[in-house]
Design a binder for this molecule. Structure first.
Ligand SMILES: [Cu+2]
Length: 282
């Protein structure tokens, strides 16, 4: 089973609310309107993040650029009470839910050479960035040092306007419903979790000639060797009633959209309970 602490956290139901749920009624006056997200570019290497350490509060576009040789992801959590990313990691591996952290999703799994962008409204404070993807031994990348800290400064000013999605993914136990046109090119996805459990989104492009059986086998141990798929983005887990937006590029081909979070009852990943849908990009 992949992702030991990520999965355990999800199992314990402590993955926090989604990114960013600012009101976006479009009626903010000129003094409060703030439409341009601040770009936070994070480069993933094997196994470290290269990122700015400070960003102004407000709407941010967190772009995970994978320059490594493994799939990477970027889970974001807000840390309160002066806690550090090391404290957070210890809480995770000790399976200790705590009130001083809350998970905000983050850019989902992406293959080498690709990128994915999540939009979030960040309040001032300290945030951890962690890669939960497993290596070939099942050990999460965070255990090889893939963690970093982001400080958000200043004050959140005005109403942030979320990007306009053109594809909608609605998740619940146990299905993923899609609305929108899956065409080649860049798309903004909105993910809504109707619960009751936490759910994530991983979008996989099936490489030409690869079979369902090969993909199913790979999902048991999803490292890069002989991968029959490429990961093109998604969202790290969000809680019930949470929502989040991310932007990703699609090429023509056959795709799987999955939730990989393990079930609270039997520990099997949610895609094995039916949270998997196939789409074709033309
Ligand atoms: Cu990683």
């Amino acid at each position: 089973m992949r992702c030991l602490s990520y999965c355990t956290l999800a199992f314990l139901g402590v993955l926090g609310c989604a990114a960013a749920s600012p009101s976006s009624n479009g009626t903010a006056d000129a003094s409060t309107a703030s439409t341009k997200p601040t770009l936070v570019r994070v480069v993933a290497h094997d196994f470290a993040f290269d990122s700015a350490h400070s960003v102004p509060a407000g709407l941010v576009a967190i772009r995970l650029v994978n320059q490594g040789h493994a799939i990477h992801m970027l889970g974001i959590a807000r840390l309160d009470s002066g806690k550090t990313v090391a404290d957070f990691y210890q809480a995770m591996i000790g399976h200790k839910p705590a009130s001083w952290f809350s998970e905000l999703g983050g850019p989902g799994a992406v293959s080498p050479g690709d990128s994915v962008t999540q939009y979030a409204v960040l309040e001032p404070g300290t945030y951890s960035m962690i890669c939960w993807w497993p290596d070939s031994t099942g050990k999460e990348h965070v255990m090889s040092g893939m963690m970093s800290t982001l400080t958000v400064t200043g004050q959140t000013a005005g109403a942030a306007v979320e990007p306009t999605p053109d594809i909608y993914l609605r998740e619940r136990d146990y299905q993923i419903a899609t609305t929108g046109a899956f065409t080649a090119g860049r798309h903004v996805f909105r993910v809504d979790n109707d619960g009751p459990q936490d759910h994530d989104v991983t979008i996989l492009r099936v490489l030409p000639g690869k079979t369902d059986a090969q993909v199913d086998k790979w999902l048991e141990k999803p490292d890069m060797r002989d991968a029959p798929v490429e990961a093109v983005g998604g969202i790290v887990g969000i809680a019930r009633w949470g929502h989040s937006e991310f932007a990703a590029d699609l090429k023509p081909g056959n795709y799987l959209i999955l939730c990989m979070i393990p079930d609270a009852k039997d520990g099997k990943p949610h895609f094995m309970h039916g949270m998997s849908t196939k789409v074709t990009v033309t």
